[in-house]
Design a protein around this ligand. Sequence first.
Ligand code: GCB
Length: 580
Amino acid sequence: MLYPKANEFRQVMDLSGFFDFKLDPEKRGEKENWQKGTEGCRVISVPASWNEQFLDTKNYLGFAWYFKRFYPPLSWKEGRVWLRIGAANYYAKVWVNGEFVGEHEGGYLPFQFEISDKIRFGEENLLSIEVENELSPTRVPPGNIPPEEEPRPLRFYPDVNFDFFPYGGIHRPVYLFSTPKSYIEDITVMTSIEGGKGIVECVVVKRGEDVQEGRVHLEGKGTKIDQKIKFEGNTAKTKLTVEKAILWSPENPYLYELSVEISSSKGTVDKYCLPVGIRTIEVKGKKLYLNGKPIFLKGFGKHEDFPVLGKGLCLPLMVKDYSLMKWIGANSFRTSHYPYSEEMMDLADRQGFLVIDEIPAVGLFFGRGVERRLALCKQYISELIARDKNHPSVIIWSIANEPHSTKPQAKAFFKELYEHAKSLDPSRPVTLVSMLGLKEEALEFLDLICLNRYYGWYTDSGQLDIACQRLEKELEEIFRVHKKPIILSEFGAGSIAGMHADPPEMFSEEYQAELIRRYCELIESKPYMVGEHVWCFADFKTAQAPHRVILNRKGVFTRTREPKLAAHILRKIWRKKENG
Ligand code: GCB
């Protein structure tokens, strides 16, 4: 799925901004034909969650409607017109001028529909979007699970099976865009290295019978390659060889520019440009290799989360987060616990961050409804790989976070997801982020192991000596059994900024900093450990429960991005390593 980009053949119109908005708690909208517009709306901003824009929507879980009036440019008449929504949590249905155009399940991936036959040129058009964020055990991520299905000592309000707030609404931009009648539907790029040469394999998929051929052009420092492509059916494949390739890496995130053109007998009909980073990623023995060299991941689990915006895209915040991650010496992050925006992935490519890209499979359980959850996870994997396959920054796919894999069918469930991911992308390692350790049977077939551990916090509270002993013992055991590289994908402690204690005590900045320091020291002493991701980058909003103080406080930055003591300590650890 290509991100909408403007050029001489394609135009993009951003519909983000103010929309008319109306809650529909009784689900009357569709029956009463709100798809054609309705009275009594208020103004809402898109992209952003609805929760904190008003006082009465904070904990709203239900149906809501968004309306926008727009004029498509007359120059789009000859081609195709598309509507694309970056993400809407959780379920969206879309109408144009009262006519149904499509629907999408899942809150964190884009969806688009061709609306050429619904649109009216020279008149005002109406876009109506129904978004609904009810919690249900058969959704992924799940919520409202009956206690007998999934016993839990602490339940959140709202009753989510995950530790972040269930924000609702349109969270990413809404675009209208045009393509020509015959157009480039998809491009897949895979890179490899042979000696000093970079190999760039491209697969181009087009629509339109009049198109039989085209060209691909790759350009960069000292490189200009131009090659003809011929379509067989709708697909054309080619392989470009870059002599003396400049490899993409965190130290030098060099991007070549690939441009693809397709043509009919009348000449070029469509074009699409894509940045390409030439790099390889591989698990071998106990190491993870980027471009054939062992790499160690330093970074965080994060969230898309900020006051008022909720989970809404905010570009300045994104730039700020990357600048803080650079400042602290991080080279990577995980998109815990759902795919982040496409804009975030673009910046990761440009700034040289390594990304573990995760589907929204958090809080999975294996009771009733498991087939539906499996189908959804497969859909998310397909959509995520389709969206992010061309990003050099994405080095690992994560197929779940902390599943409650206590039932026998969990292993087969994850085997199916693992194989699905591999069949769509054989070039990247696939993992699952586990809390069960050796009891997680999927560790047998995953390419590398991601483990979350909270010794010194949820267990052995306040006792860092014991915590570190337990961690060491467990890591050694896991490696002895599985002989695979391990990333400690979560560890950390809550701290309330400004709370101090000496000797360190839980919830003080000192305790958090000391726990992180000791964990890093231990992790870095083990040759099979290939990464440390602190939980969490910044404090974030959760649902309400006795173990949360309005926010989850494990951020090394506050929710508004002020550094806590732990941030300064991590900076010392990570920057020292960088300097050799
Ligand atoms: C975890 C989860 C994460 C939580 C974290 C915590 O293991 O993966 O979503 O926020 O623990 O702070 O409890």
